[in-house]
Design a protein around this ligand. Sequence first.
Ligand code: NAD
Ligand code: UDP
Ligand code: UDP
Length: 317
Amino acid sequence: MKDIIKKRVLVTGGAGFLGSFLCERLLDEGCDVICMDNFFTGRKANIAHLMGNPYFELMRHDVTFPFYVEVDEIYNLACPASPVHYQFDPVQTTKTSVHGAINVLGLAKRLKAKVFQASTSEVYGDPDVHPQPESYWGHVNPIGIRSCYDEGKRCAETLFFDYWRQHNLRIKVVRIFNTYGPRMHPHDGRVVSNFIMQALRGEDITIYGDGTQTRSFCYVSDLIEGWIRLMNSPDDVTGPINIGNPGEFTMIELAENVIELTGSSSKLVYEPLPADDPKQRKPDITLAKEKLGWEPNVPLREGLAKTIEYFDGLLKQ
Ligand code: NAD
Ligand code: UDP
Ligand code: UDP
């Protein structure tokens, strides 16, 4: 009998860094979870601990091709997230965001299911408004090396809002700011994973540009809490809604924290800044506070310590 009342949830990209934490949280909440992934950047190790759970099901599939499952809610996370990964096959990146959104929305339309889109602060591009509120339309290069990701995600947002207007779908669009934590890909080239791996190995820490550019880092558990609150919020709360940590740090400050927490003797070295690298980024989370009663509460150093422990464990395997 209990099975009948379980909420069935599809998570695309569920074997990735964020997806694995979401699947875990949904199972904890008593949902029946289908994790769909093509393992482009996701890893079986991320979900190995869930495989024995009878309410967890893994489906190897590429979101750009149609799929037919019966669920009540859908979280669409499928998309490589780090520049190294999404620039590896940029055409596929745009297809994943755009064709993926169309398929997920078509599925939600057929099932009348609530559907969540993992959008990104990258829709703001290299912002000339700081911090970034949801009402800011962004400053994005449409033809640069980051565009496959930024414009793909912007188009996915467009599709979500057109399905909402045209087909009355229940949508939830979140704009995620830089998030970190255990299960980040150790070779994804992102700043947190790079700095920690370099520090743990005693290698030079690579600062791109002069290191004064800023980012705001949200610990994964805070982020997932915000997502769940958004998904459970009233239907008129469609987003887009920023979820991120407004604490803003320069890359030099981040490196100094990592060096201190690892006790590493690594030195900072300076390398060229990649094209279109945003100079600053920080979420305005007024809306999330107001609509979801959400704000992050894991301080950077606490989250970094947990992440360092994870990477240290990987290196010792
Ligand atoms: P990730 O790379 O670890 O996870 C993405 C997952 O999607 C992987 O498991 C990958 O194999 C899967 N995937 C990729 N292409 C697919 C396809 N065509 N079909 C099926 N599965 C596919 O990245 P993440 O950090 O967990 O990011 C999850 C989502 O959150 C992404 O949509 C990303 O754009 C978004 N996001 C993440 C961050 C962040 O800081 N981590 C920031 C903004 C937005
Ligand atoms: N789709 C899917 N699974 C479903 C329903 C639809 O993958 O259960 C795909 C379908 O292949 C289509 C897309 O979602 O390409 C968009 O569906 P929609 O109904 O909006 O458009 P249409 O089928 O009319 O093109
Ligand atoms: N960065 C850096 N050293 C690295 C990797 C990244 O200084 O080894 C910088 C990068 O240029 C950017 C910031 O750190 O300014 C965040 O980069 P990341 O790729 O993590 O995320 P995004 O640029 O997508 O926010």
